[in-house]
Structures are given as structure tokens and as C-alpha cells.
Design a protein around this ligand. Structure first.
Ligand code: ZN
Ligand code: ZN
Length: 207
């Protein structure tokens, strides 16, 4: 499957600066997980060091419990420095890695999508830009992107870029119910007829 995906991929890359940059229904960033039933599992492959384990797991549990639409399930990935730094896109799952990247973003979520459906994903958590007190916020934010939420301007939501409350708010949960109201009848890794492209969305550290 990985090889098939690699062949079908295009190099197209879109950097999203604002949620309005992409036409999407409701509150969605424009991607979601394809599934045959609700609730469904979203697998997080964790290539993270101990400093991120508590905030990342707590954020994942909160999204799972409050959404009622999906469960984040975790599986260990390689935690070698090179594996974390490389953070390979993972088919049908979210590869979560922390490391030091020479970049302005604190967190960066990238997805390979076919139409509006996620094929593979990765989240990079940048230790060079994330003070310890923001690990929970950045975890909450990037995991929200991983299930399809876009940015908003509500201080009550971790999906607001910059400093905000490090939790989903009630509107985030309501929006997930809109995004996952339908069923697709196919597994996450099945490509449809749409072009495959890569989308990135970043969270910048408060300066
Ligand atoms: Zn769908
Ligand atoms: Zn973001």
C-alpha cells in the first residue's frame, strides 16, 4: 500500500495561512478520515520523547472522550533521533514526532489527501519553538487539525492560533459532529478518483 501511495503522489504542496484560504464546509480544514462506522479509531504512531507523552496523551484522551465520534488510539513508533526528525508520513494513521526543526512553527500538521479524505498524515512538534508550558496546547491544536478542524478566533479553543485555552471548546465538538455526520463506506487508505495532494498547516509560537 505504501508503494502504491508513493507512486500516486504528486508534489503539490499548499501552505495555508488562514482557514479562508481553502473552501471547506463549516469549520473544516477540508480533510477528514474516511470510515465505515462512527465512532472510529484514529491511530497515532508516537515517535515522541518522554517530555511530550503526558501532554500528548492527555490531549488525545480529551478529544476522544468529548467528541464521541472517534477514539485516538496510540501505538509506539521509533523514538530514535533520526526517525523523529524524518517523521515519515504514515498511511492510514498520524505519525506524531517531536524534534528540533530550524523553522518558525511550533507545530506542523501535514496530510496527504485524496479529495477531502486523508490518506496519510504526520504531526511535527518543534522543541525549538515550544516552551514546556505550551506542550499541551500545541498537542491539542495539532490533534484537532488531524481530525479536520481548521483555525478559529475563539480564546476558549485550542484551535485558535497563538495562546489560547489548551482544550477543545463546545463549538469544536459541535463542528466535529458536522464534519463526521456522514459515513464514507470505505477504509481510510482507499484512494478515490481525486488528485492526491499534500496540505500543511502550522501553529506558530507566541513571540
Ligand atoms: Zn467523507
Ligand atoms: Zn494550526
Amino acid at each position: 500500500m505504501k508503494r502504491l501511495l508513493a507512486i500516486s503522489l504528486t508534489a503539490a504542496s499548499i501552505l495555508i495561512f488562514a482557514p479562508q484560504a481553502m473552501a471547506a464546509p463549516c469549520c473544516s480544514i477540508g480533510w477528514h478520515w474516511r470510515r465505515t462506522a462512527n465512532p472510529f479509531n484514529v491511530t497515532l504512531v508516537l515517535s515522541i520523547t518522554t517530555a511530550w507523552q503526558t501532554p500528548l496523551n492527555a490531549a488525545a484522551n480529551e478529544w476522544s472522550t468529548r467528541s464521541g465520534k472517534f477514539d485516538f488510539v496510540t501505538t509506539p513508533g521509533s523514538t530514535t533521533r533520526s526517525a523523529r526528525q524524518n517523521c515519515a508520513m504514515t498511511s492510514g494513521a498520524v505519525h506524531v514526532c517531536n524534534g528540533h526543526w530550524n523553522a518558525a512553527w511550533a507545530g506542523l500538521t501535514e496530510a496527504r489527501v485524496s479529495g477531502h479524505h486523508i490518506l496519510a498524515m504526520r504531526i511535527r512538534l518543534n522543541d525549538a519553538q515550544t516552551p514546556a508550558r505550551y506542550r499541551r496546547l500545541v498537542s491539542c491544536h495539532e490533534l484537532g487539525h488531524s481530525v479536520g478542524l481548521a483555525h478559529n478566533t475563539r480564546p476558549s479553543s485550542c484551535m485558535r492560533p497563538g495562546i489560547s485555552r489548551p482544550h477543545p471548546d463546545a463549538t469544536d465538538i459541535a463542528e466535529l459532529n458536522v464534519i463526521y455526520r456522514h459515513l464514507d463506506g470505505m477504509s481510510p487508505t482507499t484512494a478515490d478518483n481525486s488528485a492526491v495532494r499534500t496540505i500543511r498547516i502550522a501553529w506558530y509560537a507566541p513571540q
